[in-house]
Design a protein around this ligand. Structure first.
Ligand SMILES: [Zn+2]
Length: 163
């Protein structure tokens, strides 16, 4: 068993996601980034959980200890609380989550690599006109909502694996 962050829900094949443990709050996060993916994922056999208060408190304490707490979203904290509370490995590319988990002595694995060699690269792709651009450095707001609107046509831009 393993806890999956939202990047895994976005980019992993269905067979890999099935059976994973996720926080209920990830569903609305996913919906903001990709309606299509949200529809797909919400029909999969995923163990959606709501972390209990004690687990959340432990997660906040661990994140405060590592110094990462101010930059973690509430969804991040939910995921962290599940992984810590269930004592399961966390799959995430978020270095703050990785950092907190490692400081707490728990295992993390990257979402975006295969066999720890192939690194995935992301870009923003417009859902309207299809134009692409590099991910801007201030895009950590992906955790709390849509990435941004297309400068050309105004449609939402979503994170895609770079071709
Ligand atoms: Zn566009």
């Amino acid at each position: 068993m393993r806890v999956l962050d939202t990047a895994a829900l976005l980019y992993w094949p269905v067979t890999e996601i099935t059976g994973g443990i996720c926080s209920v709050s990830q569903l609305s996060e996913l919906q903001k980034v990709s309606e299509q993916r949200h529809m797909l994922v919400s029909n999969l056999d995923i163990n959606w959980q709501e972390p209990v208060a004690e687990w959340l408190e432990n997660a906040r304490t661990a994140a405060a200890n590592s110094g990462d707490l101010p930059r973690l979203s509430s969804v991040d904290l939910d995921i962290l609380a599940l992984a810590m509370g269930l004592d399961l490995p966390l799959f995430t590319d978020d270095y703050r989550l990785q950092n907190t988990m490692q400081m707490a002595g728990l295992a993390t694995h990257p979402v975006g690599t295969k066999g720890a060699k192939q690194v995935w690269q992301w870009e923003l792709r417009c859902t309207g006109c299809g134009s692409t651009e590099a991910v801007p450095p201030d895009v950590e707001s992906r955790k709390t909502g849509p990435v941004k609107d297309c400068a050309s046509c105004g449609a939402p831009m979503v994170l895609k694996r770079k071709r």
